[in-house]
Design a protein around this ligand. Structure first.
Ligand code: F6P
Length: 324
């Protein structure tokens, strides 16, 4: 393999730059040319690519976002879009790809690989930590720490004003961010999409806490919870805990996606970027590089996409015990 492409796709995640850096510097080290593809699959279709050198990735290991920019391309979901992308890659002589992203990114890569035979190795970049085949995804640790910083601040107000706060964190269909924030932030309850938490249970938990003379409470709601958004959950419980209960809602939103990556994410991203590149050079294709129990492993895209990553229910149990 003489020439490869690298791109980021889907939601940006802190540590994506460290990952790009590892791919580019690794390629330089192994004597392979590397092209940066801007805005993921959109850039592949538009031919928006540039040759990257070692200095192209100077001074980015500490930066959030992605220097290659990112997008969720609708056109790549069409056969015509993928045909254009393939023609562009062919005319540039790009023989393999490193894709940094999440589920949607790898679904696209798998279809593209099956249609045109271009080998792709993925590096898991998403704050959601929802990918089967790796213990942690790039950006998750930073997102949890960012959310936690906000939760700690909200706790000051909750405690000063004797309030119940419902705090919504990101995670689309996954409760990983919510669970970790719940434990580290000392929440009373965590509501996640993987486990049904009926409103009656939320009311009961709050009532029990208040009967034990708790004067403030924090409930973390993952955005994909079955009972709805934090605002919807708060509306549903209104008047059911105590008629004088002062309830507030905060949705943390995209604040969780930006910012400097933590040391953990920079190291993880560097390992996964180099791991993806060296896998590609070594003949891997249509797989995602991941770290499981501190070992580098490759999991077929098909499995990372299809298999659910179960939430650790022991951690949820822990939230309950520790908030007594
Ligand atoms: O996948 C990462 C994520 O931040 C999810 O947690 C969230 O549901 C989604 O992206 C938001 O996407 P967008 O930035 O496109 O609104």
């Amino acid at each position: 393999m003489k020439r490869i492409g690298v791109f980021t796709s889907g939601g940006d995640a802190p540590g994506m730059n460290a990952c790009i850096r590892a791919v580019v510097r690794g390629a330089v080290y192994h004597g392979i040319e590397v092209y940066g593809i801007r805005r993921g699959y959109s850039g592949m279709i538009a031919g928006d690519v540039y040759k990257m050198e070692s200095h192209s990735v100077s001074n980015i290991v500490q930066r959030g976002g992605t220097i290659l920019k990112s997008a969720r391309s609708k056109e790549f979901m069409t056969p015509e879009g993928r045909k254009k992308a393939h023609e562009n890659l062919q005319s540039l002589g790009i023989e393999g790809l490193v894709a940094i992203g999440g589920n949607g990114t790898f679904t696209g890569a798998m279809i593209f690989g099956n249609e045109y035979g271009i080998p792709t190795v993925g590096a898991p970049g998403t704050i959601d930590n929802d990918l089967y085949g790796t213990d942690y995804t790039i950006g998750f640790d930073t997102a949890v720490n960012t959310a936690l910083d906000a939760i700690d601040r909200i706790r000051d107000t909750a405690s000063s004003h004797d309030r119940i706060f419902f705090i919504e964190v990101m995670g689309r269909d996954s409760g990983y961010i919510a669970v970790q924030c719940g434990i580290a932030g000392g929440a009373e309850l965590v509501m996640v999409p993987e486990v049904l938490t009926p409103i009656s249970h939320v009311v009961e938990t709050l009532k029990q806490g208040w009967s034990r003379s708790k004067s403030s409470s924090i409930i973390i709601v993952a955005e994909g919870d079955e009972e709805g958004s934090a605002q919807e959950v708060a509306d549903k419980i209104k008047g059911q805990v105590d008629e004088n209960a002062d309830i507030r809602v905060t949705t943390l939103g995209h604040i969780q996606r930006g910012g400097q990556p933590s040391a953990y994410d920079r190291i993880l991203a560097s390992r996964l970027g180099l791991g993806a590149l060296e896998g590609l050079i070594g003949g891997q294709k249509n797989v995602m590089a991941g770290i499981i129990n501190n070992d580098l492993v490759y999991t077929p895209f098909e499995d990372t996409i299809r298999l659910p990553k179960p939430i650790n229910e022991d951690l949820l149990r822990m939230v309950k015990i520790l908030s007594v």
